[in-house]
Design a protein around this ligand. Structure first.
Ligand SMILES: *[C@@H]1O[C@H](CO)[C@@H](O)[C@H](O)[C@H]1NC(C)=O
Ligand SMILES: *[C@@H]1O[C@H](CO)[C@@H](O)[C@H](O)[C@H]1NC(C)=O
Ligand SMILES: *[C@@H]1O[C@H](CO)[C@@H](O)[C@H](O)[C@H]1NC(C)=O
Ligand SMILES: *[C@@H]1O[C@H](CO)[C@@H](O)[C@H](O)[C@H]1NC(C)=O
Ligand SMILES: *[C@@H]1O[C@H](CO)[C@@H](O)[C@H](O)[C@H]1NC(C)=O
Length: 373
């Protein structure tokens, strides 16, 4: 009996030891390959470091444009053996489409308006922006061409900050864009939505390839470059959380500040209303137009869609429009006749500045019975 018991226990111990041995072996193998892989990694890193260090020694004073990019295109970079005998210069290499999420974004940004700003500084810091405030990413093919339209009058000071912050952000976002300020001529009551309609028409005259339109107030600066200035499946509202509203959406149907519509979305709602003179209401009318045409506003995450507003006194001739509450009740009736289809204006001047295009336009004045408002 005891002997039998002893035999069974011994057998069990043996099995256990065998199992342990196997386990040990497996772990050793794993570790071995792991270390081996690290060695490989180490050597390859050593090699590339050597290779890159070789550049300064070789002292081929190459133009900056040919510095290899580390985007997705680098996967198919030519092997060293390919001879540069053909005339294919690096700049003629077919570009890859820009990545859905641009790789160079930095996230949350520090925005302040206390340091002095000058147009010369903006120009100096954005040498790759072309005349008229245009830019195209040099290293990838953008999916959209974006016209950024800013309704404007007497806000030169704000414009400098806007350009100072937005040009670098848009560049990091790999946007192909043009900046247009739509400057209302004269001192009659301001009309934001009508100016934006003009901007749509004039931008397309300037470049018919624009397929996305972003409408931005001149005093609103995004605080996060992950808030991508492009058009989406649905009309986009970018300015979700402004500092003046405690970084919250003031109400569910808010569409003010900064918004964006593709060309087809804009045409589907007959553009914006022309009849909102003075401050307020036009953004709610636009929201109604979008809903009534079966579309739904899309927004970035509240943590990303943050904005800083440059503080200012209310402008002269932009008093709150007393009719705005009754007018937005009637969008359904008015939108078919009032919009891009009924737009009338007189172009005063288009001037191309280094950092933006200035479109000055006469858009008339409110009908006499409203003039007092
Ligand atoms: C690394 O660089 C040194 C000196 O520049 C050179 O002698 C060596 O051959 C290089 N090694 C490789 C792997 O390129
Ligand atoms: C690099 O090349 C330039 C002109 O081609 C020359 O003036 C310079 O001395 C060179 N530098 C080195 C470190 O060889
Ligand atoms: C290359 O870049 C440096 C600094 O970024 C600049 O000083 C230089 O002029 C550039 N050269 C060319 C050919 O673009
Ligand atoms: C390369 O281009 C130059 C001028 O750009 C031209 O004269 C030359 O014939 C071209 N060579 C080849 C191989 O295409
Ligand atoms: C835009 O052009 C108009 C008309 O020439 C001019 O009065 C205005 O100062 C310009 N505004 C800006 C910001 O360039």
């Amino acid at each position: 009996m005891t002997r039998l018991l002893l035999g069974v226990t011994l057998e069990r111990i043996c099995k256990a030891v065998l199992l342990l041995c196997l386990l040990h072996f497996v772990i050793i193998m794993i570790l071995y390959f792991d270390v081996y892989a690290q060695h490989l990694d180490f050597f390859s890193r050593f090699n590339t470091r050597n290779a890159s260090r070789a550049h300064p020694f070789s002292n081929s004073s190459r133009p900056n444009g040919t510095v290899p990019s580390y985007g997705p295109a680098s996967a198919e970079a030519p092997s060293p053996s390919t001879k540069p005998s053909t005339n294919q210069s690096a700049t003629e290499k077919p570009l890859q489409p820009c990545q859905e999420t641009p790789p160079g974004l930095v996230g949350r940004l520090l925005i302040e308006f206390s340091s002095p700003m000058s147009m010369e500084r903006v120009q100096r810091e954005n040498p790759d922006v072309r005349q008229g405030g245009k830019y195209t990413p040099p290293d990838c093919l953008p999916r959209q061409k974006v016209a950024i339209l800013i309704p404007f009058r007497h806000r030169e000071h704000h414009l400098k900050y806007w350009l100072h912050y937005l040009h670098p952000i848009l560049r990091r976002q790999k946007v192909a864009y043009g900046i247009y300020i739509i400057n209302q001529f004269g001192e009659d009551t301001f009309n934001r939505a009508k100016l934006l309609n003009v901007g749509f028409m004039e931008a397309l005259k300037d470049d018919e390839e624009y397929d996305c339109f972003i409408f931005s107030d001149v005093d609103l600066i995004p605080m996060d470059d992950r808030n991508l200035y492009r058009c989406y499946e649905q009309p986009r509202h970018f300015a979700v959380g402004m500092d003046k509203f405690g970084f919250r959406l003031p109400y569910a149907g808010y569409f003010g500040g900064v918004s964006g519509l593709s060309k087809s979305q804009f045409l589907k709602i007959n553009g914006f209303p022309n009849e909102y003179w003075g401050w307020g209401g036009e953004d709610d009318d636009i929201f109604n137009r979008i809903s009534l045409n079966g579309m739904k506003v899309s927004r970035p995450d509240i943590r990303i869609g943050r904005y800083r507003m440059i503080k200012h006194e209310r402008d002269k001739h932009n008093e709150p429009n007393p009719q705005r509450f009754t007018k937005i009740q009637n969008t359904k009736m008015t939108m078919k006749r009032d919009g891009i289809s009924s737009l009338q204006y007189r172009l005063v001047e288009i001037s191309r500045q280094p950092m933006y295009t200035n479109i000055t336009v006469e858009i008339g004045r409110p009908p006499p019975r409203l003039a007092r408002g």
